[in-house]
Each structure stands twice: as structure tokens, then as C-alpha cells.
Design a protein around this ligand. Structure first.
Ligand SMILES: CC(C)(COP(=O)(O)OP(=O)(O)OC[C@H]1O[C@@H](n2cnc3c(N)ncnc32)[C@H](O)[C@@H]1OP(=O)(O)O)[C@@H](O)C(=O)NCCC(=O)NCCS
Length: 198
């Protein structure tokens, strides 16, 4: 999506930056993991395909992608690549209009898991979707086996609406309302959106 191509979002523990060419190599390394492929429902791509995907996502008005950085690591190293821990996306293609977005999250680096990075990156993405893209409803599709993610989205207020035995996944939904926005804001504390230049 072009709207976030120069956008940086900072929270307490994570920084979200647009998915750029320099991130592709590390992202590609992550996605060689069969565990991550299974948990995120992804197909392995060649490095060349991954570069093409990064380029196409940037121009795709149905996909909003951010790379998740560990804020602590970035403050220590000032090295964006070394600080990469995962990614988060909003995807609009399966919905009737742009009011409904599918949310995706991955904390690929095991050392960064269990430290609220997934929770915070997802919450920031939800707030970005609500505030900047006008999203009114979120859905998430999670593999049956991914209990951690199911628990996290339940805690974020999502409720199960269906199960697909074919895809072995559960679909959960959250309709945006004022009370939920206040709750998300309260949980997030201070978060900021910066619009950079070209
Ligand atoms: C699922 C995932 C995003 C969670 O991110 P994380 O940074 O590890 O988790 P957080 O520290 O933010 O914890 C958020 C919630 O997840 C749940 N959770 C996290 N780690 C857990 C664990 N080891 N056991 C049980 N629940 C756990 C808890 O509900 C937790 O909330 P709590 O701390 O208030 O109890 C991350 O583990 C991940 O990316 N895994 C691989 C890819 C994937 O599964 N993506 C999701 C596809 S839908």
C-alpha cells in the first residue's frame, strides 16, 4: 500500500516500519522455517519471488505491511536489520469493501517472543487500521494448532465465528466500537505515527 510507504509507528516495545527492499533477505530466511510456514499458512518462496512480492505489496492497495522491530534492540544497535523480529499486515481482498480487514502477525525471532511484541505490534496495526484506513471490522484466520495466537486474539476481544476443517483453521472477528478503541489505547499507552519523506 502506498499510504504507509514512509510511515513509522512507535510503541513501548516495538517500532513498525514499512517493508522495504533491505528487509527481504532476512524475511526470506525466516520463511524457510517449516514451523513458521505452518503457523502463518504461508508457502515458501525463492529469494527472487520474495523481492517481487515486496515490490508488489508496496503498490497493492489491498495490502498494508509493516516490519516489526524490537525497540530495545534498535536503540542499542541503531541497526534496523538486526532489530527485525517479525511482520504484521492488513489485507482487504477477502472483504466486500475496504471497511473490513484481515489481520496477520508474525513474531519470527524466537528470542523476541513472549515479551508482548506480538500483542503490541497487533494493537498498533489495529489502531493504524482504524485511524488511518477507516477499518470497521477485523478478521483473523488462525491454524487450529496455533493456541498461542488464538489466545492472544481472544484477549484482544476477537470471537470465533467459524471453523474450516478443510483449511484446519478458525476464523475470529472483532467489530470496531468506541469502548474497544478506548481499551486498546489504554493498553498501548503512548504510541506515535511519523510520516517521513521520500
Ligand atoms: C502468536 C504470536 C504473534 C504471539 O506473539 P508474542 O510476542 O510471542 O506474544 P506476546 O508476548 O505478545 O503475548 C500475547 C498473548 O499471547 C499469549 N501467549 C504468548 N506466549 C504464550 C505461551 N508461550 N503460551 C501461552 N500463551 C501465550 C498470551 O495470551 C499472551 O497474553 P498474556 O501475556 O497477557 O497472557 C507469536 O508467538 C508468533 O508470531 N508465533 C509464530 C507465528 C504465528 O503464530 N503467527 C500468528 C498467525 S495467526
Amino acid at each position: 500500500m502506498r499510504i504507509n510507504k514512509n510511515t513509522t509507528i512507535t510503541g513501548k516495545n516495538v517500532i513498525l516500519v514499512p517493508y522495504r527492499k533491505e528487509h527481504v533477505e532476512k524475511y526470506h530466511e525466516w520463511m524457510k522455517s517449516e514451523e513458521l510456514q505452518q503457523l502463518t499458512g504461508s508457502e515458501p518462496l525463492s529469494l527472487q519471488e520474495e523481492y517481487a512480492m515486496q515490490k508488489s505489496w508496496l503498490m497493492d492497495e489491498n495490502k498494508c505491511t509493516f516490519i516489526v522491530l524490537s525497540k530495545l534492540k534498535y536503540e542499542e544497535t541503531k541497526d534496523e536489520i538486526a532489530s527485525m523480529v517479525g511482520d504484521t499486515n492488513l489485507f482487504f481482498a477477502n472483504c466486500d469493501d475496504r471497511l473490513c480487514a484481515e489481520v496477520e502477525i508474525m513474531i519470527a525471532e524466537e528470542w523476541a517472543r513472549g515479551q508482548k511484541c506480538g500483542w503490541e505490534a497487533t494493537s498498533l496495526m489495529l489502531m493504524y487500521g482504524i485511524t488511518y484506513l477507516g477499518v470497521k471490522q477485523f478478521i483473523v484466520k488462525i491454524s487450529y494448532v496455533n493456541e498461542i495466537s488464538i489466545r492472544m486474539f481472544e484477549k484482544l476481544g476477537f470471537v470465533e465465528v467459524s471453523r474450516s476443517h478443510v483449511f484446519q483453521e478458525v476464523t475470529m472477528v472483532k467489530i470496531v466500537d468506541g469502548g474497544w478503541i478506548d481499551w486498546l489505547k489504554q493498553n498501548l499507552g503512548v504510541w506515535k505515527v511519523f510520516e517521513g519523506s521520500e
